[in-house]
Design a protein around this ligand. Structure first.
Ligand code: NAD
Length: 371
């Protein structure tokens, strides 16, 4: 079985789908590896560190005879069109945003396993790249906040008196939010967390944080949150305003599947924040959790600095690639049997992740958004 690994072509993307250690695991399983020249360079992995791998400078040539093609971001349409029928593409695809790519994969009869569609079930945890990458993004958020703050995070005793520890509020306690709470706690901040799923109370507390109870329970399907009603929003706003006003740093990570990021912080709440306070809005990618967030930019709004970072995992490209590669390895283990492709579409994980197969768009949401 031949596996091709693409060099990422999206602007600012430094990750690579396969790191050298995972490449060795794949060759030991009997796979023949071919890689686009320089694919690992931006994430610190030079071509020479990949053993038993063939390098090819032209992506369309690279994929022409590959059984499996691996990437992080959605590949260029021209690359999809160069794949052989029946081959498997595994990458993030975000089909609803990339209809031209989906059409090419469909027409080409490529089987596409979209990483964002891997079901969030226990058995699939080792293949869940949304989680592995969110854990890193969450880790990074308080560090980013720290360098934008005119004060320090831990309590510090000096010869001329003591400095108070900073207060960090994390809103949205999924994978990224819990990871952010852990970093902020390690850096010595006083931490608070808030979410609309009640089970996050204990999770926050186990990381040394206080849980801000708004009395709202908005558990949705599959462990995710649902959108809040207007009345719930008002209740949350009332319960949180004081905490927002007292925070030195806020990290927001809230999202609701298939919807724009919920707005958690309004203009009046930002105006009431402390001078020099910082918001790191990890929701920036899907529009932002704060009024005033500019995706990809750092802006000053009244007393606060709002940072809206994009593609945070790419900033940690070495480790992000390492985890992503392991997610891919586990998924490949599920679709290769005795050295040949063997996709079991009865398998919940495969069925859930399949975006295109045999000339069809298998995912209902993407199909409906395109038609
Ligand atoms: P996510 O990125 O979709 O959302 C982040 C957080 O925002 C969630 O905790 C959500 O409850 C919260 N949120 C949404 N609206 C909000 C609002 N108005 N105010 C405050 N918070 C709001 O979530 P995620 O990190 O991908 O994970 C969500 C859930 O899925 C968690 O329960 C997690 O444990 C579970 N999960 C399971 C698996 C698995 O079993 N394989 C993998 C990953 C995540």
């Amino acid at each position: 079985i031949t596996i091709a690994i693409l060099k990422e072509s999206s602007q600012g993307e430094k990750r690579v789908a396969i790191v050298p250690a995972v490449a060795s695991r794949l060759t030991r399983l009997g796979a023949v590896l071919a890689m686009e020249s320089g694919a690992g360079l931006a994430s610190t992995f030079a071509d020479t560190t990949y053993a038993d791998t063939r390098f090819e400078p032209k992506a369309t040539k690279l994929v022409a005879d590959a059984d499996i093609v691996l990437a992080v971001q959605p590949p260029p349409v021209a690359v999809a069109k160069a794949m052989k029928p029946g081959a498997v593409l595994i990458s993030f695809v975000y089909g609803a945003n990339n209809p031209e790519l989906v059409a090419a994969l469909q027409e080409r009869k490529v089987t596409t396993l979209a990483m964002e569609l891997i079901p969030r079930i226990s058995r699939a945890q080792s293949m869940d790249a949304l989680s592995s990458q969110a854990a890193l993004a969450g880790y990074y958020a308080p560090l980013l906040g720290a360098v934008h703050m005119p004060r320090i995070l831990p309590m510090m005793t000096t010869a001329v008196g003591s400095l108070r520890a900073a207060k960090v509020l994390v809103m949205g306690l999924g994978v990224a939010g819990l990871s952010a709470l852990a970093t902020a706690h390690r850096l010595g901040a006083i931490t608070e967390g808030y979410d609309v799923r009640p089970e996050t109370r204990e999770q926050a507390q186990s990381l040394g944080a206080k849980f801000v109870d708004t009395g709202v329970d908005a558990r949705g399907e599959g462990g995710y949150a649902r959108e809040l009603t207007a009345e719930e929003k008002a209740r949350v706003e009332q319960a949180l305003s004081q905490h927002i006003a007292e925070a030195d740093m806020i990290v927001t990570t809230a999202s609701v599947p298939g919807r724009p990021a919920p707005k958690l912080i309004g203009a009046a709440q930002i105006a009431a924040m402390k001078p020099g306070s910082v918001i790191i809005d990890l929701g920036a990618e899907s529009g932002g959790n704060c009024e005033g967030t500019k995706p990809g930019e750092t802006v000053t709004v009244g007393p606060a600095t709002i940072v809206g970072p994009l593609n945070v995992p790419s900033a940690l490209a070495q480790h992000a690639s390492e985890l992503y590669a392991k997610n891919l390895l586990n998924l490949i283990g599920l679709i290769v049997k005795d050295g040949a492709l063997a996709l079991d579409f009865e398998d919940e994980v495969i069925a859930g992740a399949t975006l295109t197969h045999a000339g069809e768009i298998r995912n209902k949401t993407v199909r409906e958004s395109i038609e």
